[in-house]
Design a protein around this ligand. Structure first.
Ligand code: NAD
Length: 256
C-alpha cells in the first residue's frame, strides 16, 4: 500500500510525530525525520523497522530552511509522497499578556510552516496523481480554551488550510485531511501538567487527573500509536474519498 513510498513528518523527534513516523514505517514507508529532540534515538527507532530513514534539521519557523528540507528530501528519495505537518509548540497566557514574539512563533511553526511544506510538496504529488497530506491539528482546531489564543488560532487555521488543500485537489489522487487529538501525554503536554502541579502545590498524578477531568470525558490520554494508525488509514485505498475532514480522536472532548 505505502511500501517504498516516502513520508516526511515534521517535528518527529518525539511525541505524536515520532508515533506517526513509526506507524508509517511499519507499513514500509521510508521516512524523513525533522525536529529538535533526540535525533539519534528517533533515527534508531525508525530504522529498526527496516526502512530507509533520513533527517533534516530545518527550523519550521524559517521558510528558507523549509525549502532546503523539501529539496533535500526530493533529492534523496525522488519525491515526498506522504507529508505529515506535525511540528508544533504551545504557549499559555491571557491575550493581554501574550508575548508578541510567542504569538509569531506559534503561528509560524503551527500554521505557516504547513503552507510552505504543502506548496512545495504538491507539484510532485499532482504529477504522480497520488499523495497524502495529513495535518496534525488539535481539538483546538474545533473549539477554544482560555489562554491559548495563538495555538487555537493556528489550529483553526490549519483546519481551514486542510479544507482548501483538499478542495483544490479533489479530482486527483491527492488527499488532505486533519487529525484533531485531545490530550496526548507528550513533552508538550507534560510541561502543562508540571506547571499545573507547581502552581497548585499538588502531585503530578493529581495534576494529570485534573487536566483530563476538565476536558476529556474518557479520562484517558490518546496515544501517538493510536494517532499513527489513523494516519495509516488516511494513506490506505479505503480513504481515497476522505477529503478535507478534521477527524477528532479526543475521548469525547468535542462531543460535549
Ligand atoms: P512534542 O513537543 O513532543 O513534539 C513537537 C515536535 O516539534 C518535536 O519534535 C519538536 O522538536 C518539534 N519542533 C518544535 N519546534 C520546531 C521548529 N521550530 N522546527 C522544527 N521542529 C520543531 O509535542 P507533541 O504533543 O507530539 O506535538 C505534536 C503536534 O501535535 C503539535 O502540532 C501539537 O500542537 C499537536 N497536538 C498535541 C496534543 C497533545 O496533547 N500533546 C494534542 C493535540 C495536538
Amino acid at each position: 500500500m505505502i511500501a517504498n513510498k516516502t513520508a516526511l513528518v515534521t517535528g518527529s523527534t518525539s511525541g505524536i510525530g515520532l508515533g506517526m513516523a513509526k506507524a508509517l514505517a511499519r507499513q514500509g514507508a521510508n521516512i524523513v525525520l525533522n525536529g529538535f529532540g533526540d535525533v539519534e534515538a528517533a533515527q534508531r527507532e525508525v530504522a529498526a523497522l527496516g526502512v530507509r530513514v533520513s533527517y533534516h534539521g530545518a527550523d519550521m519557523s524559517k521558510p528558507t530552511e523549509i525549502e532546503a528540507m523539501m529539496a533535500a528530501a526530493a533529492a534523496e528519495f525522488g519525491q515526498v509522497d506522504i507529508l505529515v505537518n506535525n511540528a508544533g509548540i504551545q504557549h499559555v497566557a491571557p491575550i493581554q499578556n501574550f508575548p508578541v514574539e510567542r504569538w509569531d512563533a506559534v503561528i509560524a511553526i503551527n500554521l505557516t510552516s504547513a503552507f510552505h511544506t504543502t506548496r512545495l510538496a504538491l507539484p510532485a504529488m499532482q504529477k504522480a496523481n497520488w499523495g497524502r497530506i495529513i495535518n496534525v491539528a488539535s481539538v483546538h482546531g474545533l473549539v477554544g480554551s482560555a489562554e491559548k489564543s495563538a495555538y487555537v488560532a493556528a489550529k483553526h487555521g490549519i483546519v481551514g488550510l486542510t479544507k482548501v488543500t483538499a478542495l483544490e485537489n479533489a479530482t486527483t489522487g491527492v488527499t488532505c485531511n486533519a487529525i484533531c487529538p485531545g490530550w496526548v501525554l507528550t513533552p508538550l503536554v507534560q510541561k502543562q501538567v508540571d506547571a499545573k502541579a507547581a502552581a497548585q502545590g499538588i502531585s503530578n498524578e493529581a495534576a494529570t487527573r485534573q487536566l483530563l477531568g476538565e476536558k476529556e470525558p474518557s479520562l484517558q490520554f490518546t496515544t501517538p500509536e493510536e494517532l499513527g494508525e489513523l494516519a495509516v488509514f488516511f494513506c490506505s485505498p479505503a480513504a481515497n474519498n476522505v477529503r478535507g475532514v478534521a477527524w477528532n480522536m479526543d475521548g469525547g472532548w468535542t462531543a460535549q
